[in-house]
Structures are given as C-alpha cells and as structure tokens.
Design a protein around this ligand. Structure first.
Ligand SMILES: *[C@@H]1O[C@H](CO)[C@@H](O)[C@H](O)[C@H]1NC(C)=O
Ligand SMILES: *[C@@H]1O[C@H](CO)[C@@H](O)[C@H](O)[C@H]1NC(C)=O
Ligand SMILES: *[C@@H]1O[C@H](CO)[C@@H](O)[C@H](O)[C@H]1NC(C)=O
Ligand SMILES: *[C@@H]1O[C@H](CO)[C@@H](O)[C@H](O)[C@H]1NC(C)=O
Ligand SMILES: *[C@@H]1O[C@H](CO)[C@@H](O)[C@H](O)[C@H]1NC(C)=O
Ligand SMILES: *[C@@H]1O[C@H](CO)[C@@H](O)[C@H](O)[C@H]1NC(C)=O
Ligand SMILES: *[C@@H]1O[C@H](CO)[C@@H](O)[C@H](O)[C@H]1NC(C)=O
Ligand SMILES: *[C@@H]1O[C@H](CO)[C@@H](O)[C@H](O)[C@H]1NC(C)=O
Ligand SMILES: *[C@@H]1O[C@H](CO)[C@@H](O)[C@H](O)[C@H]1NC(C)=O
Ligand SMILES: *[C@@H]1O[C@H](CO)[C@@H](O)[C@H](O)[C@H]1NC(C)=O
Ligand SMILES: *[C@@H]1O[C@H](CO)[C@@H](O)[C@H](O)[C@H]1NC(C)=O
Ligand SMILES: *[C@@H]1O[C@H](CO)[C@@H](O)[C@H](O)[C@H]1NC(C)=O
Ligand SMILES: [Cu+2]
Length: 578
C-alpha cells in the first residue's frame, strides 16, 4: 500500500494554470477532477495455506487508494468483470446532493451487473483525513475495500506536526472459504455465520497463525521521525483493539474530522471507522523489533473469531552498522476481550478540534427526536424445518424498533425520485418502540421481529436527535451504527436504559466528536445529533455485516429544500437498472 498511485489529473491542472486562475486569486484553493477506473475482477490469493479466487479491485488486495484533496471532484468508473452483482460505497463521503453515487444496493442504486459499468461522480466537501471505500452488496466487501485519502486543500496544513511519511493500515478479515457461501448458509439455517479464519493487516494475517509467517506486514521506520498512520477497520464483523509494543499513539483525526489530540497505547476501532494517529519513533534505532497487534472486542453470546493479527514494526539500522541479527521482539498488551468499560472510556476521550477553522457545528436546538432500540431478536423457523437460531424453532434476526429492514428488489431512491414508491416502501418508520420494555433487563416474552421497508421522512434542514438504545434480548452487544450521507455529533452515551429526563443534562454541545460510525455501548445507549441538510435516501445500519444481513438497518428520506442548491441532482444517465 502506498500513496504513490496518483491518477492522471495533469491535463486539468495544466489548463487551470494556463488560465492563470491561481495568479488572479492569491490563496484560491484549486479544486480539480480526479479520474479513476476501478475494474472488479478475480484474483487468486493464498493465505493460511488456502488458495481462493477472490474478488479484487484492479488486481490488488486490499484495493488501491483513492486520493483527493478536500474540494476535489472524484470520478470513478467501476467496471464489473465478475459474475456477482456489485456496488461500491464511498464510506463517509457526504455525497451532498449526489446520493445516486452513495452505493448501497437497492437503496440508492440497482447493482452493477456482470459486464456492466457505472461511473460514480462526487465532490469531497468539508472533509479531510481518512475514509474507506468498500463494496455495499451482500458480504462482498470482505475483499473489495481500500483507503480514501483526503489531503488538506492546497496551501493548508495539518493542524498537527507535518508527518515524515503517511502509511495506510487496513484491518480486514480473511475467510478460507467464500464469504458469500458463509452468509447464504447462515441465512438459510438461521444460525450464526461461520467466523473468519484470520484478521489481516493490509491483507496479511501475520506470524501468529499457522502457515502465515511469510505473510506478515512489516512497517519499516527511521528513528526520530513522525509517521501518520491512517488506520481503517474494514473487517466484516469485528470491532478491534490495536496496539504497537513500546510505542504511544497520538490520535489526531477520525472519520475525516480532526479531534483534539490525545495519547493512547491502544486504540479501539469499529468496522467502518477510520483513525489517524501520529507515531513518533524512538530517537535511536533500538536493538529490538515490535509487534503491532489487533484482536477483537466481543461481549455477545455467539461465537467469534478470537484470534490475533500481528505485523512488525522495525527500525532501519544506520547504513554503516552491520545488520542486527538477534533482535528482541516486544509484544503489546491488549485489553481483555470483553473490556466494555475500557471501550467506553476510550470513546469518551474523543473531542472535536472545535476551533475557528474547524468548528463543531453541533445543532443546539432539536426539531425531531428519535429513540431507536437496536439489537438482536428472532424470526420464526419455516414449518417442518429445524433451524439453528437461538432455539431450533427460530432464526436469528436483528432490528431497529423491532423492524427488520427488508431490501426491495428495486432502488428506493429511484422509486422515490420517479414517484413509484407504491409497493416499494412506506414512510411510517416509528420514532419510538411500539412496545417499550426494559431494554437492558429481562427480555419480553415475544422476541420476534417484523419485516418491512419503512423510512423516516425528514423535511430539509431538520435538526435531528437520535438515541440508540442497545437491547439485551439475546445478550448485550455493541453495535457500530453507520449513517450514510451525514456526519453526526455524539452528544452523550451511557450504560443501562437512557433516561430522557436526566441524561440530556450531561450532553456535550460544545466539542462533541464528529463521526459517521459509532458504537452503541453493549448494554447502553448513544445519543447523536445531525442536521438533515442533504436531500436523498440515506441508509443507517450496523456495520457488523452479520447484523446488517439480519436486518439491523433503516433509512431516512430527506426531502428537497426550496432553494435550487437544496435539491438532489438529477440521476446520471448510466444509473444501473434492476
Ligand atoms: C486462479 O487459479 C485457477 C486454478 O489454478 C486458474 O484456473 C485461474 O486461471 C486463476 N485465476 C486467475 C485470475 O489467475
Ligand atoms: C460529473 O458531474 C458533474 C456535475 O454534475 C458534471 O459536470 C460532469 O460532467 C460529470 N462527469 C462525468 C464524467 O460524468
Ligand atoms: C518495551 O516494553 C517492555 C515492557 O513494557 C519493557 O520491559 C522494555 O524495556 C521496553 N523495551 C524497549 C526497547 O522499548
Ligand atoms: C543486541 O542484542 C543482542 C542480543 O541481546 C546482542 O548480542 C547485541 O550485542 C546487541 N546489539 C547492540 C547494538 O546493542
Ligand atoms: C480467546 O483466546 C484466548 C487465547 O488466545 C483465550 O485465553 C481466551 O479464553 C479466549 N476467549 C474467549 C472468549 O474465547
Ligand atoms: C538471541 O538472543 C537470545 C537472548 O536475547 C539468546 O538466548 C539466543 O541464543 C540468541 N540467538 C542467537 C542465534 O544468537
Ligand atoms: C470478562 O470475562 C471474564 C472471563 O470470562 C470475566 O471474569 C469478567 O467478569 C468479564 N468482564 C466483564 C467486564 O464483563
Ligand atoms: C473508565 O473510567 C472510569 C471513570 O473514570 C473508571 O472508574 C474506570 O476504572 C475506567 N475503566 C477502565 C477499564 O479504565
Ligand atoms: C409437515 O410435515 C407433515 C408430516 O410429514 C406433513 O403432513 C405436512 O404437510 C408438512 N407441512 C408443511 C407445511 O410442509
Ligand atoms: C427442538 O429441540 C427440542 C428441545 O431441545 C426437541 O425436543 C425437539 O425435538 C427439537 N425439534 C426439532 C425439530 O429438532
Ligand atoms: C431493568 O432491568 C435492570 C436489570 O435487570 C434493572 O436493574 C432495572 O431496575 C430495570 N428497570 C426497570 C425500570 O424495571
Ligand atoms: C443481479 O441484480 C439484478 C437486478 O436486481 C437481478 O435481477 C439479478 O438476479 C441479480 N443477479 C445475481 C447473480 O444475483
Ligand atoms: Cu450490530
């Protein structure tokens, strides 16, 4: 992985220079269009002594970096050369008025079918840092993912020390079998899907697995330098702890928003989140190498991949020294698997930078409040079959306010835009649970969820507050919720049941952290606010793909505003058809 694969934008840039735009407007930030072609094809990859033909982007695994500056337009022609239907999501990119290019299949577009292509076309507005792109159809993102690197505008610097080098660090999950077979079997039997066989760093499982030591990511550093690690969790189903032995990390940015820098030995990162950290190397090359390791946080009842991925941080030795042969290897200590209190404390350390240049525009007043109970439940097993859910007569399911969101067979955004929503979706998603219960106490007798495609309709510029309440129906479990189309501000979080009378008194409306993905604490709640200033259809879902597949997802429909710049753009002519 490197930052060296810039696309060909030279002609446009030359043109702008020729026009003298920059000379005419001193300090003017030159925005350009960056063109990419992403070819989805097959690639034979061997890990843990198992060879699989995986779906890959441009023949690379993990996929290539998409690099842009804040303000740039990005045009990506995605060509599908495989037998699967595919879509690509630009995770965290706000897609202001360009929701046609957001990517979730059957929500904003029909999938790109075999031998077809679709050109995604959007600008990067008001964001800088790291995001990720990934497939957004079934479990294809298991191997179709890569970094989005948003550099600050020209003549703008980082609000922290300029790094000597920038390095993407992507976590993933490797399966020895086809992940599509894993989820399809699970949905059929109603049981939990088979867990992955390894975690990976930049596609490599590392030395702690059998038949894997040659597939180890090595980060070679020079002493006395500051590195910017762009850390991305692209794992399918697992929230991860990460640490580098004997090194402290300084968190400076998350989900493409700057935070007040803070130091930590260990990170917690959920699928869909990105965290930029500064790594200051030791002043002299030490006589040692250091493991960098990640492994999951888990509190649920089911099985999970309880393994550890490791890479190696090694110092380049001065050239006049003979290479050191026998180096001590130090290992980091990670929190326990179920370190719920540690996770909550880590999340609370995040604060928006919130200065004049990068203000935290958290809505102070709220127009609409929502209380969503999120978690697992059951659905009945078909007659005359034995299921492998929580009981042999039930399947696992998941829901928001007891509704398991069913994807239609056409695109929701398209049916909305062309006035053909009849029979596709309804707009009566409940703002509160219809049957309240003690969410973190004894489960109700009936744990069955309902299935529907229901949306919440929001007027343009509504300021929204959402409280996400974990349910412990099948065990308290953390859910990393991801909102498409917006960033939100985490104004509060806590354990137990949310108290609407007491808890708002402690909300942070000054410098709350700005995210697109955040974990609802296991057995607790999370409150966030956002301004619905982006017309379109926006999915919100758990970023553990197993829970999404079970239905832990819903969608917002934000209506056009009155202004001409407050309406969704017309659809592109090559929008895929169902
Ligand atoms: C992958 O391996 C199979 C079996 O060896 C081979 O037939 C196929 O051509 C390979 N595919 C690619 C893309 O290299
Ligand atoms: C991308 O969108 C912009 C704005 O709508 C449009 O001017 C441009 O032609 C589009 N480019 C491509 C390659 O579709
Ligand atoms: C690394 O950390 C270990 C344990 O914290 C400590 O014993 C050791 O001296 C450190 N070594 C180096 C070279 O940093
Ligand atoms: C590094 O450590 C090894 C083994 O502990 C030792 O033999 C060697 O002399 C050390 N080298 C340096 C440069 O300190
Ligand atoms: C996870 O694996 C470790 C060994 O690597 C073991 O000690 C621990 O008990 C396991 N935890 C769970 C919850 O399975
Ligand atoms: C490497 O160093 C360790 C102690 O640090 C020592 O026990 C071992 O014998 C050394 N191995 C080699 C090949 O020098
Ligand atoms: C975590 O798991 C360990 C071992 O199963 C248990 O002793 C401990 O109480 C658990 N901690 C929490 C916070 O649940
Ligand atoms: C989390 O913070 C609370 C309050 O400061 C403290 O009591 C608790 O020990 C911390 N937990 C961990 C695991 O650090
Ligand atoms: C279930 O099995 C019984 C006995 O084999 C059979 O009579 C009945 O028709 C089956 N019901 C369904 C819905 O298939
Ligand atoms: C389901 O489990 C119950 C109790 O464990 C058992 O009595 C019953 O036979 C099982 N039913 C089927 C269809 O396997
Ligand atoms: C909800 O359940 C918890 C855990 O059992 C209990 O402590 C709490 O009192 C219950 N709350 C209500 C309002 O019943
Ligand atoms: C691909 O998507 C189209 C449109 O929704 C659908 O008709 C077709 O069955 C899908 N094909 C596959 C292989 O899933
Ligand atoms: Cu979840």
């Amino acid at each position: 992985m490197g930052l060296h694969q810039y696309p060909s934008f030279a002609p446009m840039r030359a043109l702008l220079l020729a026009l003298g735009v920059i000379l005419l407007f001193p300090g003017f930030s030159e925005s350009i269009t960056r063109h990419y072609t992403f070819n989805i094809g097959y690639l034979n990859v061997t890990r843990l002594c198992h060879t699989r033909s995986i779906l890959s982007m441009n023949g690379r695994f993990p996929g290539p970096s998409l690099i842009a500056r804040e303000g740039d337009r990005v045009v990506v022609k995605v060509v599908n050369h495989v037998s699967n239907n595919v879509t690509i999501h630009w995770h965290g990119v706000r897609q202001i008025r360009s929701g046609w290019f957001d990517g979730p299949s059957y929500v904003t577009q029909c999938p790109i079918q075999t031998n077809q292509s679709f050109t995604y076309n959007f600008t990067i507005t008001g964001q800088r840092g790291t995001l990720l792109w990934h497939a957004h159809h079934s479990w294809l993102r298991a191997t179709l993912y890569g970094p989005i690197i948003i550099l600050p505008k020209h003549n703008t610097s980082y609000p922290f020390e300029k790094p000597y080098k920038e390095i993407p660090i992507l976590f993933g999950e490797w399966f020895n079998v086809d992940p599509e077979a894993v989820i399809s079997q699970a949905l059929q039997t109603g049981g939990g899907p088979n867990v992955s066989d390894a975690y990976t760093i930049n596609g490599l499982p590392g030395p702690l697995y059998n038949c894997s030591s040659k597939d180890t990511y090595r980060l070679k550093v020079r002493p006395g330098k500051t590195y910017l690690l762009r850390i991305i969790n692209a794992a399918l189903n697992d929230e991860l702890f990460f640490s580098i032995a004997n090194h402290t990390l300084i968190v400076v940015e998350g989900d493409a928003s700057y935070v007040k820098p803070f130091e930590t030995d260990t990170l917690f990162i959920t699928p869909g989140q990105t965290i930029n950290v500064l790594l200051k190397t030791k002043p002299y090359s030490p006589n040692a190498t250091y493991l960098m390791a990640a492994r999951p946080y888990f509190t649920g009842r089911g099985t999970f991949d309880n393994s550890t991925v490791a890479g190696i941080l090694e110092y380049k030795q001065p050239s006049h020294h003979s290479p050191l042969k026998n180096l001590t290897l130090f290992k980091p200590t990670l929190p326990p698997i179920n370190a719920t209190s540690w996770v909550a404390n880590f999340t609370k350390k995040h604060r928006s930078l919130a200065n004049d240049k990068f203000p935290a525009n958290v809505p102070r007043k709220v127009d609409k409040k929502f209380f969503f109970a999120v978690g697992l439940g059951t659905s009945p097993c078909p007659k005359n079959t034995t299921c492998q859910g929580p009981t042999n007569t039930t399947k696992f399911a998941a829901s928001v306010n007891n509704i398991s969101f069913a994807l239609p067979s056409v695109s929701i955004l398209q049916s909305y835009y062309f006035g053909k929503s009849n029979g596709v979706y309804t707009t009566d998603f409940p703002a509160n649970p219809l049957n309240p219960f003690n969410y973190t106490g004894t489960p109700p007798n009936n744990t069955n969820v309902s299935n529907a495609t229901k949306l919440v309709v929001l007027q343009y510029n509504t300021s929204v507050e959402v409280v996400l309440q974990d349910t412990s129906i099948l065990g308290a479990e953390s859910h990393p919720l991801h909102l498409h189309g917006f960033d939100f501000f985490i104004v509060g979080q806590g354990f137990g049941n949310y108290d609407p009378n007491k808890d708002p008194n402690n909300f942070n409306l000054v410098d709350p952290v700005q995210k697109n993905t955040a974990s609802v604490p296991a057995g607790g709640w999370l409150a966030f606010r956002f301004l619905a200033d982006n017309p379109g259809v926006w999915l919100m879902h758990c970023h553990l793909d197993v829970h999404t597949s079970w239905g832990l997802r819903m969608a917002w429909l934000v209506l056009n505003g009155p202004g001409s710049d407050q309406k969704i753009q017309p659809p592109p002519s090559d929008l895929p058809k169902c």
